[in-house]
Ligand binder design. Sequence first.
Ligand code: SF4
Length: 309
Amino acid sequence: MADADRMKRYSDYNAYLRSLFGERVQKISVDAGLTCPNRDGSLSWAGCIYCNAKGSGTGAFARGLSISQQIEAGKIGAVKKYKARKFLAYFQSFTNTYAPVEHLKALYDEALSCEGVVGMAVGTRPDCVDKEKIDLLDAYTKDYLIWLEYGLQSAHDATLALINRGHDFKAFERAMALVTPKKKLNVCAHIILGLPGETRDMMLENARIIGDLGVNGVKIHLLYVVRGTALDKMYAQGRCTPLEQQEYVDLVCDFLERLPRSMIIQRITGDPHSDELVAPLWSARYRETFNMIQHTLEARDSYQGKCRI
Ligand code: SF4
């Protein structure tokens, strides 16, 4: 099957961007120098059990690079590799709504003023938004594509407590209620498959719940163990068992089958840094896992939404 046909088995993010802008749009990660309430002592110092001290960050801000300098540097690789001319600024590190609204506005304005930037994605926690911040993000939707990325990871409170998220599922429902009236502001939920204590049914229930709440997109991650995290200790003590590769592939296909057809699938597996990865080692083979998911969907003759009631 040709790549284009494979993509039709789920609503692929790159195809979605191409349909909006008529060409490839490349995401560029930016580090705004913010922190996280689960790291700075407001909620805890420890962070989520799978998070290391970098908080998914590039460390670019600490190296003295401004937002616009980071975007200009990111463009060089995107132009060389993809001949990209349009870009999304991706505020990825830590919690990118965790600051006074004036400070956030200055950061977002700087990103959106860079040449070729057509929008931004803002990663945050559901307990770190309020009406003022949502209004600020919504105001940009007149001229730009804006995605708000809420780290949810699981809709089950027992799991959220176990992984030390520092918020419950109600926080996510409140965060969604703030966005629902904003018709052009998109929400992407992050979900992790393979969290300790979660059964297959619990993981698939997450798909139904985010679909029912009107989430526009999802990033599906695999739980992997990163060196120096609390999860690393749990793994060493035999208190968590990572998924096998085929088990994960089957779960992703089951998960996709339960999502609304309209939801944009932004990611279907994780992409760990191999120098930090402890387990499972197969997770470093991103392309192999990606291809296995495509082949399993084909073998099942399945697609996103097939099992959604
Ligand atoms: S919310 Fe994000 S940055 Fe904060 S501790 Fe959890 S994973 Fe790390």
